[in-house]
Design a protein around this ligand. Structure first.
Ligand code: GDP
Ligand code: MG
Length: 173
């Protein structure tokens, strides 16, 4: 039942306007979302989404607010989703700064971290190449994915990818 669900915490990081809220809202409409999802927290900086994957339900708690390093550590996140807009070079620089901060300043090496290039529907305004972003993701041992929250493109895959990666880190080997 719902109360037995594991809750995994995901930090949504990135500049204002890159599409963090749009992506989170699209998560709620995913085919992987369980029927009893609690959807009446749209104004909150903490949203819960119940995901049914491989016959197992998990709750992702998505936290989308400005946090300093103390909060980033104290919240004990299970994953980091770092978002930028392909149309905004400064937002890419901020995303790279977040990756550096997570892996080096905070020395969090094992937690799944995904670099998300959003707004790929605006391809004619692209300011950051796929190759450049892929290589920086690799440098920081992160996955890289391209999404469009506007077109709901690759958003389900992102949601499932985040949960799959978290489950892998929690599987005893
Ligand atoms: P946040 O500040 O990171 O939460 O960004 P929002 O989710 O509020 O999005 C900022 C603006 O970008 C809004 O006008 C969104 O409609 C728009 N937006 C978000 N995602 C996309 C996308 O994938 N494509 C396009 N074209 N616009 C987007
Ligand atoms: Mg927002």
């Amino acid at each position: 039942t719902n109360s037995d669900n594991v809750v995994y915490k995901v930090a949504m990081l990135g500049d204002n306007g890159v599409g963090k809220s749009a992506l989170t809202n699209q998560f709620m409409t995913s085919e992987f979302v369980a029927y009893d999802n609690d959807q009446d927290e749209t104004e909150s900086d903490r949203q819960h989404v119940n995901v049914l994957l491989n016959s197992e339900e998990s709750t992702l708690e998505i936290i989308d607010r400005l946090m300093d390093n103390k909060e980033l550590t104290d919240e004990c996140f299970d994953a980091f989703a770092v978002v930028y807009s392909i149309t905004d070079r400064q937002s890419y620089q901020t995303a790279v700064d977040h990756l550096y901060n997570i892996r080096h300043e905070l020395a969090i090496k094992e937690k799944p971290t995904i670099l998300i290039a959003n707004k790929i529907d605006l391809v004619r305004k692209r300011k950051v190449s796929k190759e450049e972003a892929r290589s920086v993701a690799k440098q920081y041992d992160c996955k890289y994915t391209e999404t469009s929250a506007a077109l709901n493109h690759h958003v389900d895959e992102l949601l499932v990818g985040i949960l799959s990666q978290i489950r892998l880190t929690h599987t005893p080997d």
